[in-house]
Structure formats: C-alpha cells, structure tokens
Design a protein around this ligand. Structure first.
Ligand code: SIN
Ligand code: MN
Length: 261
C-alpha cells in the first residue's frame, strides 16, 4: 500500500494523513478480541487512569500477544512509513490507547518528539506515529485533535506535566497552543473503525475526556529510523524498545490467514 501524491502532500503540509478503511472489520474484530486478557494483566506495561482502575494505555503489545506481533509488521502500515522515511526503521513503541467509555481521561497538548528527545535522547524528529482506529472515533468519545501544520515551526517549548493525568508528559503551554492554532486551526481525527492515521513527531496534539458510552480504542505503532535511535535509557523498555533490528513487512493477509489456519 503506497500513499498517493495527494496523501504525501497532506502529510507534509498538515503533519498528518488519514487513510479510511485501511483495515477490514474482520481484522479489527481480531485485534479487539485480544484486548480483554491483555488489559486484565497487572504489569508495568498497563498504565491505568489516575482515578480508576481502567487501563489508559497498554504497551509492549507485540511482545505480549501474537496478533499484535503481526500487526506491527503489517505491510499496510510499514509500506507508507517506509515511503515517508526511506530508510530502515525499528519498532520504538507499541500500544493501545484505550479511552474507555465514560472514563477515558484527557491527553494534554503535546508533541511526541519532546518526550522522544527529552527522555530517550532521540536526535531528530523523524519518528512516525501510525494509528489504527479499533472503534468508530467521533466527536463524543475523545478523538485526537491536531493543530494543523504545527509540525512546521520546529519543536515548541515544553514542560513536564506529572500532575494532570496518570501518564507524565512533556506538554506545550497555552500561549504557544493559541499561537499555533491561530496559524493552522484545529482538526479532530474522526473516522470509522479500520481507519489509519500517520502523524509527524512534532505535530502538536491532544484529546479530551470520553464522556460518551462508547469506547475509543486506538492502536499505535511508533517507528523510528535506525540511524536516529535513542541515546538515553531512562525509560523502561516498553516505552522505548531497545531492539534496533529493522522491521520487515509480512504478507498483506498476515492477520486473517493465521487466524483461520
Ligand atoms: C497520544 O498522544 O499518544 C495519545 C493521544 C490519545 O490517545 O488520545
Ligand atoms: Mn502523542
């Protein structure tokens, strides 16, 4: 699967590109069905919401589950990433951000490179965040909100927020957010389950609480060029994997072929 010229342009101008219907409902159902046992594990990879026991983000999934071990090597994710990066990539982080019905909490305004650089010593903002919507994402269940084009102005100033949620994050202040929104406006990444999304390491984004009765689970794979690997090892392995082996795609039917074999 290759990105079209228009999709490449939209990635470079806006800092993100959405690809509707990239995964079928059968493939999504298979991924969803893996989540309950994974979420019930008591382990450091499962971050829970600040004020409840509900899992907010479940990390290291490709090392914990054989379906997600195949999802991270899916050609529909890796080929567009390879097209954008043009060099060998390793798997940096693998997770599902759950944002469960009635309880999913906020993700503050941030961009991922602030953490990748500040915590892990990644030199350049080249990593790509590849998402698959595991549920329909709508205006009610806490879609990601992007500041369109905010990747173009270089990394904005950040500070570490350890208070607002259960997940410490290098966040962007309100003044900077306002200035960037004045320039590019906001975009809510909504779409049906099966939609994919690719966004840049310096694109400012966040998401609000999930007030709705519907879950908003999103699978996220972060890939980074091997030549741009981490240089600091402060965070645990599941937040930034150390295995720099270049990731290679499997066959297009790798999810369902194995499921029915
Ligand atoms: C993230 O920025 O990694 C998470 C945002 C979200 O899941 O809403
Ligand atoms: Mn993020």
């Amino acid at each position: 699967m290759k990105l079209s010229k228009t999709q490449l342009q939209s990635f470079s101008e806006d800092g993100f590109v959405m690809i509707p219907e990239l995964f079928s409902m059968e493939e999504i159902a298979l991924m969803r069905s893996q989540l309950p046992p994974l979420n019930s594990e008591r382990c450091a990879e499962n971050f829970r919401e600040k004020d409840s026991d509900v899992v907010r983000t479940a990390m290291g999934l490709h090392l914990r589950n054989e379906v997600f071990a195949r999802v991270v090597r899916h050609p529909r994710l890796l080929e567009p990433a390879m097209q954008l990066l043009g060099e060998d990539m390793y798997i940096q982080q693998v997770k599902v951000n759950a944002k469960e019905a009635f309880s999913g909490e906020v993700w503050q305004w941030h961009y991922d490179f602030a953490t990748h650089h500040g915590e892990d010593g990644v030199p350049k903002p080249l990593a790509l965040n590849l998402h698959i919507f595991l549920d329909d994402v709508n205006e009610f269940n806490g879609p990601l909100v992007f500041i369109r084009g905010s990747h173009k102005y270089g990394p904005a100033p950040t500070s570490l927020d350890t208070v607002t949620t259960s997940y410490p994050l290098w966040t962007v202040d309100r003044e900077t957010v306002k200035a960037l929104v004045d320039k590019g406006g906001l975009f809510a990444a909504k779409g049906a389950a099966g939609t994919a999304l690719i966004f840049s390491d310096t694109l400012v984004h966040g998401s609000s609480i999930n007030l709705s009765p519907w879950p908003r689970r999103i699978f996220s794979l972060i890939v980074n060029p091997v030549s741009n690997a981490l240089t600091q090892y402060k965070r645990p392995e599941h937040q930034h994997h150390r295995n720099l082996t270049p990731v290679t795609p499997l066959a297009d039917d790798c999810l369902l072929a194995k499921a029915s074999a």
